[in-house]
Design a protein around this ligand. Structure first.
Ligand code: PAF
Length: 282
């Protein structure tokens, strides 16, 4: 496995690979089994002839909260070991100075899907994601890229970006990877206090119960309310949002003949957790 610290090193590695399938998994580091699953999927998609590229870059531009950026775990040695064991061919690890010009003045704004859910509570977050992902796509020029469905809104916005800007890459959404007790894997989970870690699987339990109720025909508002009351009952938890939206537009109303999305964001102490589940009528 190669490590590229500069754009030139990355380009030099990839130049002889053009024409092959190049599968890309962008990350911000602090890798866990969720990322490892994406990388193994990338390896199998690329096959023996293809190339798997990953990036580890804690993108300051997508953080709306300086404290969250400062507290974000960084584990570069362990990250590289995970990339190696998952069959990644090259890891791009730039610093912010390598990635961005000091006087950069471009913005990348999506202004429909980004106005709701996490976009409503984290102003500028998705513009930062779109900026960095479009730069990474330009550098790597992948044929395929894989993103986890835990960040469902991010995936929907990136699909829109690729569609609207004619970026020649195929995006793949990977299922959420969970702990045995249901908690969705996240780099932020290590920051949970023990009492919050113990309570956090309640998110997944309430989502699964809600999906079953929705499938059985319960009304949208009562399904949503069931999650709100399950989470409100937990000590020290503050709900950011619990919403049921159309899975493609991320807006309401939801139609019975289209897939819906139940999405949750909640603060467990100082840590903001997100999770979601797709809803279909049986
Ligand atoms: O999902 C993430 O880890 C980040 O938002 C991404 C896509 C790597 C962009 O920084």
């Amino acid at each position: 496995m190669q490590t590229a610290y500069t754009k030139d090193e990355l380009r030099a590695f990839l130049a002889p690979m053009r024409g092959r399938r190049i599968v890309f998994v962008p990350t911000m580091g602090a890798l866990h089994e969720g990322h490892a699953t994406l990388m193994r999927q990338a390896r199998s998609l690329a096959g023996e002839q293809g190339v798997v590229v990953s990036s580890i870059f804690l993108n300051p531009v997508q953080f709306d909260n300086a404290g969250d950026l400062a507290a974000y775990p960084q584990t570069p040695e362990a990250d590289l070991e995970i990339c190696r064991t998952c069959g990644v061919d090259v890891v791009f690890m730039p610093t912010p100075d390598v990635m961005y010009c000091a006087d950069r003045s471009m913005v990348m704004e999506e202004n429909h899907l980004s106005t709701v859910l996490c976009g409503a509570s984290r102003p500028g977050h998705f513009a930062g994601v779109c900026l960095v992902v479009s730069k990474l796509f330009n550098l790597v020029q992948p044929t395929d890229a894989i993103f986890g469905k835990k960040d469902y809104q991010q995936l929907a916005i990136l699909r829109r970006m690729v569609r609207d800007l004619d970026i020649p890459v195929q995006l793949h959404g990977a299922e959420i990877v969970r702990e045995a007790d249901g908690l969705a894997l996240s780099s932020r989970n290590v920051r949970l206090l023990p009492q919050h870690r113990a309570a956090a699987p309640q998110i997944c339990r309430s989502l699964r119960a809600a999906a079953a109720a929705y499938a059985a025909g319960s009304a949208v508002e009562s399904v949503r309310e069931s999650v709100v009351s399950a989470l409100s009952a937990i000590d020290g938890v503050r709900i950011d949002y619990v919403e049921i939206v159309d899975a493609e537009t991320l807006h309401t109303p939801v139609c019975d003949n289209r897939m819906a999305l139940l999405a949750v964001a909640a603060w467990f102490g100082e840590v903001r957790l997100i999770d979601n589940i797709e809803l279909v009528r049986a």
